[in-house]
Design a protein around this ligand. Structure first.
Ligand SMILES: [Zn+2]
Length: 480
């Protein structure tokens, strides 16, 4: 038994606990159900805040993550969607997802994270970009401590805009780890809730079927604020800065029950405009290899099936799910088989992607892709009630990163990701020092240490919080 526990890394920050399997089933099942609804077209945005456990590997728990619900959900999306873009704004590298799809061109992973070499999980350097068929289909944006709203939003929007343009995803999965917020107990960034939410809003406005997941976040009052705000962004609802009266009022008393308390306790920003520009230029150089490269998108969805998929009467199971009485897809294997018939598993990864890197993009690729996207858009038209368009127009971000004139950086790319960190070693900012605290423990600590500041930021549309802010801070040691 001991050897099994060690083998699957159920030690240190991934301890075995009562009902662990039920816990995993619930959060992973929710992500899978969300992916199924996106494939069925019965929703265009699905949210699972309990998901986003991006560190888990195929046979190894890691970093508080036991089952990688993101990988499972993306695999489900791949049954229907030719190309899935994964975006990770947790402060930690999304290593489990990157590794799972490191060899394929059907999933592009983009992770924005703190990278120092020894900060958990220790992977995610700029030049880890995928291998084999997946070469160039993994992007890493390594950042240093203290990045602020303006810098983060600039590089995020630039990189994601360029990536979406090059990769043309038919579905996007967004991991919204809230440990990238300022005042997080493990994180070291200075992001406001508004800026974090603006990243979500920016992705939403691509109007591509979107799966939104939670992730890390260790100052729990700010996590709940953040994901509440981001839910409002995703459903297109403006919500006031005043928190409603609930049984949790005592948690938020010292911050005057604000949704956007100002941020204090900033970490010194070690990023510079030039360091971020260097990253942006490097990412652009890598994306140049994508043009026309993914192979699967050239397969067109037959028109009759496209119409079939638009049909709200698709199946009784889908209707049951809508009514909340569903069986979460049991018995729908027939539909999965039908949807999957366009792709022949990994054997579909032939064609253009195996061509040389300098091959011009086949013109058929773009047109077929456009048709696919058109079908998807038509299908999503039902989602108009979400109130899209409330937000600002997409800002022009191209000026933030000048066009590259130098492709040399690509040559330094390595084919394999950095090796996983040895188990049980220390981590930056205490990530590996102890076990995850129970919600109860954290809540108790949070209540005790909730810092006060009556400054507020009433902007619910993505304006960064003012500099003199005061988000909740948890000072208590994480060692338990
Ligand atoms: Zn994290």
């Amino acid at each position: 038994m001991k050897s099994m526990i060690d083998r699957f890394n159920c030690v240190e920050d991934c301890p075995i606990f009562a009902d662990m399997f039920d816990f995993c089933k619930m959060y992973a099942g929710a992500s899978l159900a969300a992916a199924r609804k996106l494939c069925a077209g019965t929703t265009d945005i699905a949210i699972n805040w309990s998901g986003g456990l991006h560190h888990a590997k195929k046979a190894e728990a890691s970093g508080f993550c036991y089952v990688n619900d993101i990988v499972l959900a993306i695999l489900e999306l791949l049954r229907y969607h030719p190309r899935v873009l994964y975006i990770d704004i947790d402060i930690h590298h999304g290593d489990g997802v990157e590794f799972a799809f490191y060899h394929t061109d059907r999933v592009m992973t983009v992770s924005f994270h703190k990278y120092t070499g020894d900060f958990f999980p220790g992977t995610g350097k700029l030049d880890d970009n995928g291998t084999g068929l997946g070469k160039h289909f993994a992007l890493n944006v390594p950042l240093k401590d203290g990045i602020d709203d303006d810098m983060y939003l600039t590089i995020f929007k630039t990189v994601i805009d360029d990536t979406v343009t090059a990769f043309r995803p038919t579905a996007i999965v967004l991991q919204c780890g809230a440990d990238s917020l300022g005042c997080d107990r493990l994180g070291a960034f200075n992001l406001s809730i508004a800026a974090h939410g603006e990243c979500v809003n920016f992705v939403r406005k691509f109007n591509v079927p979107l799966l939104v997941l939670g992730g890390g976040g260790y100052t729990i009052k700010n996590v709940s604020r953040c994901w509440t705000y981001e839910t409002s962004v995703l459903v297109g609802a403006a919500i006031p800065d005043e928190l409603p009266a609930t049984i949790y009022d005592s948690f938020f008393r010292e911050t005057k029950w604000k949704l956007h308390p100002p941020l204090t306790g900033r970490v010194e920003n070690q990023n510079t405009a030039s360091s971020l520009q260097r990253i942006t230029v490097a990412v652009r150089n890598k994306l140049r290899y994508l043009q026309g490269a993914p192979s699967v998108q050239m397969q067109e969805i037959p028109p009759d099936l496209g119409a079939w998929l638009q049909d709200e009467e698709r199946s009784r199971d889908e209707k049951d799910e809508e009514m909340g009485t569903g069986r979460a897809g049991e018995g729908r294997e027939d539909r999965s088989v039908a949807r999957n018939e366009f792709f022949d598993g990994d054997k579909d990864n032939d064609g253009a992607a195996t061509e040389g890197e300098d091959s011009p993009p086949p013109s058929a690729s773009a047109s077929a892709s456009a048709r696919n996207r058109g079908a998807a858009s038509a299908k999503r038209a039902r989602g108009g009630r979400r109130g899209r368009g409330r937000g600002r127009g997409r800002p022009s971000t191209s000026a933030a990163a000048p066009e590259s004139t130098n492709g040399d950086e690509e040559s330094s790319s390595s084919d394999e990701p950095s090796p996983p960190r040895p188990r049980g070693r220390g981590r930056g900012r205490g990530r590996g020092r102890g076990r995850p605290r129970s919600a109860k423990t954290i809540a108790a600590a949070a209540e005790k240490e909730d810092k006060d500041d009556d400054k507020e930021d009433r902007d619910t549309e993505g304006t960064p919080a003012p500099d003199d802010a005061s988000m909740d801070v948890d000072h208590e040691s994480l060692d338990v």
